[in-house]
Design a protein around this ligand. Structure first.
Ligand code: TMP
Length: 218
């Protein structure tokens, strides 16, 4: 049996996942573990092309089922090409978004049935689920302020399709994530993401520490 470990990071726009994933990766590597840091959509060459379609503001008219299937196409490729092989090889895989994002955005946000998502997910992931999910929770107004500033600073307008959604959509997504977390309290850890990057990372390391105390995975 491999001792790979699968961690996902989730949260609304601007919650700081990407920075925290990088800092967490450095921290876990400093403990002597090999880490594969990846993300969805876009963790493979094929996935990067799918990501462009999904996040381009020009894809605004996309049908919600077409959108859903593209996320699952990205995930199927990603699981087969990157995540499963890394776990089988004993790595710690840190993935910036995974199935919970589909449940929160397409399910709770867009109103696609959660059962349909669960069925498609089973086909795409072959039942692979995270060992641990860190939900970086932040109020919608603050998250969107950070996300819009980041896109402006980095000239990332080409990825702004979800930031253009009304606040109401993002509130449903946030609430959806909190509902998912309340249903699986063992897998989820809710992190208050309203502080500085250093403060949030300290909370994450604390929660990793307590989760893995006495466990030689780390
Ligand atoms: P990112 O900006 O955090 O990389 O995520 C890309 C966008 O894709 C983000 O707005 C959330 C959205 N998304 C979904 O709607 N469903 C999904 O299944 C995933 C993985 C992402």
């Amino acid at each position: 049996m491999s001792n790979g470990f699968f961690i996902t990071l989730e949260g609304i726009e601007g919650c700081g996942k990407t920075t925290q994933a990088r800092l967490m990766s450095e921290y876990i590597q400093s403990k002597g573990r090999r880490v594969v840091l990846t993300r969805e959509p876009g963790g493979t060459v094929i996935g990067k092309r799918i990501r462009e379609i999904l996040l381009d503001p020009e894809s605004k008219g996309i049908d919600s089922r077409a959108e859903l299937l593209l996320y699952f196409a990205d995930r199927a490729q990603h699981v087969a090409e990157v995540i499963e092989p890394a776990l089988a090889d004993g790595a710690v895989v840190i993935c910036d978004r995974f199935t919970d994002a589909t449940l929160a955005y397409q399910g709770f946000g867009r109103g696609v049935g959660l059962e349909l998502i669960a069925d498609l997910n089973e086909a795409a992931t072959q039942g692979l689920a995270p060992d641990l999910t860190l939900l970086l929770d932040i109020p919608v107004a603050e998250g969107l302020r950070r996300a819009r500033k980041r896109n402006g600073d980095n000239n990332q307008a080409s990825e702004g399709r979800f930031e253009e959604e009304p606040d109401e959509f993002h509130k449903k997504v946030r609430q959806g994530y909190l509902t998912l977390a309340s249903r699986e309290t063992d897998r989820f850890k809710i992190i208050d993401a309203s502080g500085t990057a250093e403060e949030v990372q300290a909370l994450i390391q604390k929660s990793l520490g307590s989760r893995f105390r006495g466990n030689d995975n780390f």
